[in-house]
Ligand binder design. Structure first.
Ligand SMILES: [Zn+2]
Ligand SMILES: [Zn+2]
Length: 176
């Protein structure tokens, strides 16, 4: 969704609100593609703060479906964040590139809502996603989801060093 900013630019000191919404249904980043669900339309306020500078503010709510870090089950992950940005339309695209300013959501006099929200989802992504705190994950040998079943893989080589001590003790008993 594009919002044309020319009207607000002519209203110095004034603000205008827009009903905004997301068009994208999927969020794709380095980590993967996550489906976006529960998209709520939101109010975006554009305030003209003079000198061709605009202040953008909004409160966005949506949910992403992110796979559990351990067992890959879908986890509905609600996200809520505030957007507060200042843009200077006198800055040319070249200026922005030089300042490493990633305001790729401004295209001429248009504000690209999808791109604006995309950038905010990126910084608001949770560091880790678990279907439950004690998710047991997937057996890395046979692929069994250990939340649903146990497998008969030999865990002798398990990483827990305490277990290997016990195992050694048992071995010694057997050899005697
Ligand atoms: Zn899980
Ligand atoms: Zn297994």
């Amino acid at each position: 969704m594009l919002i044309n900013l020319t009207e607000v630019l002519s209203l110095e000191g004034k603000a205008k609100s827009y009903e905004a919404g997301l068009e994208i249904d999927e969020f794709t980043c380095r980590l993967g593609s996550y489906k976006i669900i529960d998209k709520h339309p939101f109010e975006l306020t554009v305030r003209n703060i003079g000198g061709r500078k605009l202040e953008l503010s909004a409160f966005v709510r949506l949910s992403l479906i992110i796979p559990c870090d351990r067992c890959l089950a879908d986890v509905v992950t609600p996200l809520e964040f505030e957007i507060a940005k200042e843009v200077d339309l006198d800055e040319s695209e070249q200026d922005r590139i030089e300042q490493l300013d990633e305001k790729d959501y401004i295209d001429g006099y248009n504000l690209d809502i999808d791109r604006l929200v995309y950038g905010e989802i990126l910084v608001n992504l949770p560091m880790k996603t678990l279907c439950k705190e004690d998710c047991k994950g997937i057996c890395n040998r046979c692929g069994t989801n250990l939340n649903e079943a146990t497998c008969s893989c030999d865990f002798d080589d398990a990483m827990d060093p305490r277990m290997s001590v016990i195992r050694d003790i048992f071995k010694n008993f057997k050899e005697v």
